[in-house]
Design a protein around this ligand. Structure first.
Ligand code: S3P
Length: 449
């Protein structure tokens, strides 16, 4: 959906200790992939724990438009009757990916090696994001793209009628680009090879193997080479989507900030391609205990017991960026209440997320009394120490769910309330956020009431 309607301003008031259990929703990355690969398998894939955020609902609608039967049977319970690799039909209308870069980019890849055309659009945020990172590699398969200047949506992709396999080195660390190339490779004969110098989230590789594709991953000190044999018959799966570590980051960090807090967040992924935030928080002195390590839905998970902690600033190395790329906004919030400065290196990709996240966090933190510095590729937050952040300002969220949730968490631990101009985008990834945080004791109120 391209328009989430009238903005919903919201205020977060300094809160008492957060207590209880935070059951965060299903993983967004895995939910998109379950729907897309389900649509490319022959037969019925069943999914439990699917995230029912707007981003994923938009991908479900897109898979219907490409010919799959996608049905909801209960909360988080879905089925996808796939049309097989190469079986997509041409959508009758424009495919609207709403706010979702992952949805748009993965689906463009998935259809690029079929002899069909599709026109993609999205909301104002998605229409401003770079798509050449997808149209460049899919052109190698034989697909063509016609979009707005600088490779922006709306854009029509004319899929390749005779796709050829591709060998591609990722020009930036991006799981979306890697996944788009692998999904395009599914319908190309022969072997498609992707090389990534830095490991990005590996859900596509794991799930492709689960669906029966021939995929080989070689790790060396220089990076990862992924080789996929094209034109497999994908076998439908039962997929249990694990909880989203990127959503878990918000209650975890809020508990670290608010004095006296003691919460448990069950089933948080410990997949090394996703857990950089937790490594960083522990380095900062966070009291987090990783209980009951186990496997769920093919991912290593643990229950996180998190208690209020007085944190110290750290330098976050560039080679950790890919494993915590969505967590920098909430890390910047935690860093504001730490003692000493936190410097985040190698974070240029944050400038092309749902918003320019370095700029959005810097402006909002400064408005609330925190000193920050930035370069194109780094951000530094000068921590003021526990309980010392003044707050009191309103922040602009730029249609970015993670900026919205980060500033609402900031307000839980500041001296005066913090407001945001629009909580609407939170629907895209974590529809239960406000209820869940209120259940732990946070005070979040619609600002106009
Ligand atoms: C995602 C990859 C990351 C991440 C996004 C989800 C995915 O984007 O920021 O929220 O599911 O593949 P990039 O590939 O642009 O780094």
């Amino acid at each position: 959906m391209s328009d989430h309607g009238t903005p919903t301003p919201m205020t977060s008031r300094p809160s008492g200790a957060l207590q209880g259990i935070a059951n965060v929703p299903g993983d967004k990355s895995i939910s998109h992939r379950a729907l897309i690969l389900g649509a490319m398998a022959v037969g019925e894939t069943r999914i439990t724990g699917l995230l029912e955020g707007q981003d994923v609902l938009d991908t479900a609608a897109a898979m219907r438009a490409f010919g799959a039967r996608v049905e909801q049977h209960g909360p988080g319970e879905w089925s996808v009757h796939g049309v097989g690799v190469g079986g997509f039909r041409e959508p009758e209308d424009v495919v609207d990916c709403g706010n979702s870069g992952t949805g748009a980019r993965l689906i463009m890849g998935a259809m690029a090696s079929s002899d069909i055309s599709a026109t993609f659009t999205g909301d104002a945020s998605l229409r401003s994001r770079p798509m050449s990172r997808i149209t460049d590699p899919i052109a190698l398969f034989g697909a063509r793209a016609h979009g707005r200047e600088n490779g922006r949506l709306p854009m029509t992709i004319v899929g390749a009628s005779n796709p050829v396999p591709v060998v591609y080195t990722l020009p930036m660390p991006s799981a979306q680009v890697k996944s788009a190339v692998l999904l395009a490779g599914l319908n190309a004969p022969g072997q498609t090879v992707v090389f990534e110098a830095e490991a990005t989230r590996d859900h596509t590789e794991r799930m492709l193997a689960g669906f029966g594709a021939e995929i080989v991953v070689e790790e060396t000190s220089k990076g990862r080479t992924i080789t996929l044999t094209g034109q497999p018959e994908l076998i439908p799966q039962d997929i249990a989507v694990p909880r989203d570590p990127s959503s878990a980051a918000f209650p975890v960090c809020a508990a670290l900030l608010v004095k006296g807090s003691d919460i448990t967040v069950p089933g948080v992924s410990q997949n090394p391609t996703r857990n950089g935030l937790y490594t960083t928080l522990v380095e900062m002195g966070a009291n987090i205990i990783f209980e009951n390590p186990r496997e769920e839905g093919g991912e290593p998970v643990a229950d996180l017991r998190v208690r209020y902690s007085e944190l110290t600033g750290v330098t976050v190395p560039a080679d950790r960026a890919a494993s915590m790329i969505d967590e920098y906004p909430i890390l910047a919030v935690v860093a504001a209440s730490a003692s000493g400065k936190t410097t985040m290196l190698g974070v240029k990709e944050l400038r092309v997320k749902e918003s320019d996240r370095i700029a959005a966090m810097a402006l909002g933190l400064q408005a609330n009394g925190v000193k920050t510095e930035e370069t194109d590729d780094t951000m530094t937050v000068h921590g003021m120490g526990p309980g010392q952040v003044p707050g009191g300002a309103s922040c602009t969220t730029h249609l970015d769910h993670r900026i919205a949730m980060a500033f609402l968490c900031l307000g839980m631990g500041t001296q005066s309330p913090v407001s945001i101009d629009d909580a609407g985008p939170i629907e895209t990834s974590f529809p239960e956020f406000v209820t869940l945080m209120a259940g732990l004791g946070a005070q979040l109120v619609r600002a106009n009431r």
